[in-house]
Design a protein around this ligand. Structure first.
Ligand SMILES: Nc1ncnc2c1ncn2[C@@H]1O[C@H](COP(=O)(O)OP(=O)(O)OP(=O)(O)O)[C@@H](O)[C@H]1O
Ligand SMILES: [Mg+2]
Length: 433
């Protein structure tokens, strides 16, 4: 939004400043040339004033002075008779009193007339070419120039605001679609749009709403399905309680633990959904964090774990959440591996990658996106009764994905060189995070 404001502000201010500057320059030029012209006219007028004095001179002398003056002033000087022209009354009065009369011809050129007193002879100096239009004309031009400039500025602003208007219209349309409950919007974002960020935020918001709704649906399904099985077993065991033996009691305890574990897992997932944007972050040394994790895993499993601890690597994150993400990936690897897993960390200039690989059966391409959805489990890993080891609720990876989102990171899945899955958490090195 700041960029938008600064752009608009600069376009208008720079446009106005350049128009102002240009018109000032032009105006200055007009004023200067006007001044030079009026000086020239004044000069010619002074010369015209003294022409009648020549009347007393010899014809030759007079002619040579006149041609000399004409050359110097660069204007023609002629003599003619007063009656050869048509004069208005006030012009006649002026000429008769010996004053210089200024007149204009059809081309708007100025001509100076002066009459020799007590003689019908009139000196005509001019026409003097008007190199520039009059002040009135130049003022007209200035207005014209200003109008054209403001129209141009208006055009530039219109060009600049049109895409903005179009994007805002789209945003408005999106908002009403969302309000109508149509959440799956195909949103087009122009790379250069000044409101790109708002559109992206809108898009994210719509996606988050979609996800919340689908999660909620899955949650309800999963709760009803997952809780029903251990509960019906419990009911059966209770019915048989009369002659209860130790084994039955153990089963019941196991069922209760399963329900508790499921509820715990669901609660942590729900907590992550509602987590505050400002999660507490600090500089965390990731290699030690992973080493601690591995030490805990080694104690609970026979699977061989390879971890070549690299040089210390610090990352600004929420330690508890990142630990949880790594723990979820590594317990999955332990759970689904045949005999070995490998954990590694790569620290590059723009990101840090934490990789968890295993030699298990892997995950087919078509299921790779689905496994990040809450409560999704591969068909082969669904039944907890048959193989207690593989039992999970399908929430671990959904939690990993949420944690990554909170860190603007990504969790991806590919095939490991060990033959199974290779989960990669890609943490961007961004100062804003
Ligand atoms: N390393 C892996 N190898 C093979 N399949 C995997 C692996 N990790 C996850 N999966 C599959 O993805 C599904 C979802 O994993 P996720 O961690 O979300 O759930 P879970 O492990 O089943 O249960 P939870 O983590 O909630 O205890 C698993 O049920 C399993 O089918
Ligand atoms: Mg898991």
């Amino acid at each position: 939004m700041n960029r938008l404001f600064i752009n608009l502000y600069l376009v208008i201010i720079l446009g106005l400043l350049s128009i102002n500057w240009l018109s000032e320059q032009l105006w200055q030029q007009f004023v200067e040339s006007e001044h030079a012209q009026s000086q020239q006219w004044h000069h010619i007028e002074q010369v015209a004033k003294i022409l009648p004095i020549l009347q007393g001179q010899k014809h030759q002398t007079k002619e040579s002075i006149i041609s000399q003056l004409s050359k110097t002033l660069d204007v023609p000087i002629k003599t003619s008779l007063m009656n050869n022209f048509y004069w208005l009354e006030e012009q006649k009065v002026k000429l008769m009193s010996g004053q210089v009369l200024r007149n204009y011809d059809e081309q708007d050129n100025v001509i100076f007339y002066v009459k020799v007193l007590e003689s019908p002879i009139v000196y005509q100096v001019g026409p003097v070419n008007q190199s520039m239009s009059s002040i009135a004309h130049s003022q007209d031009f200035k207005w014209l120039f200003l109008c054209v400039s403001y129209l141009l500025l208006g055009g530039v602003i219109a060009l600049w605001t049109r895409p903005l208007w179009r994007d805002l219209n789209q945003l408005n349309h999106m908002a009403s679609e969302i309000a109508d409950g149509k959440l799956d919007l195909a949103i087009y974002t122009n790379k250069h749009s000044p409101i790109k960020k708002i559109v992206i935020t809108f898009k994210d918001m719509a996606h988050r709403i979609i996800r919340l709704l689908s999660d909620q649906k899955q949650l309800v399904n999963a709760v009803s399905h997952e809780l029903r099985t251990p509960l019906s077993r419990l009911r059966f065991s209770l019915a048989m309680l009369e002659g209860a033996n130790e084994e039955q009691r153990k089963d019941m305890v196991q069922d209760v633990s399963e329900i508790e574990a499921l509820i715990d897992e669901m609660l942590s997932y729900a907590r992550l959904e509602n987590i505050n944007q400002d999660i507490k972050k600090s500089s965390v040394e990731l290699t030690s964090l992973i080493s601690n994790q591995i030490n805990k895993l080694v104690r609970i499993s026979d699977i061989s774990i390879t971890w070549q601890k690299p040089a210390p690597c610090y990352y600004h994150c929420n330690e508890h959440l990142l630990e949880r993400a790594i723990q979820n990936l590594s317990t999955n690897a332990l759970r689904y591996a045949k005999g070995s897993i490998e954990i590694s960390l790569v620290n590059t200039q723009d990101h840090i990658e934490i990789m968890v690989e295993d030699d298990g059966q892997g995950i087919d391409k078509q299921d790779r996106d689905k496994i990040f959805q809450p409560f999704f489990r591969l068909e082969t890993h669904r039944n907890r009764d048959e193989n207690q080891q593989k039992g999970g609720y399908g929430l671990g990876l959904a939690i990993v994905q949420r944690i990554c989102e909170w860190h603007k990171a990504k969790c991806t899945l590919s095939v490991s060189k060990l033959g199974g899955c290779k989960f990669i958490i890609n943490l961007p090195k961004d100062k804003n995070i």
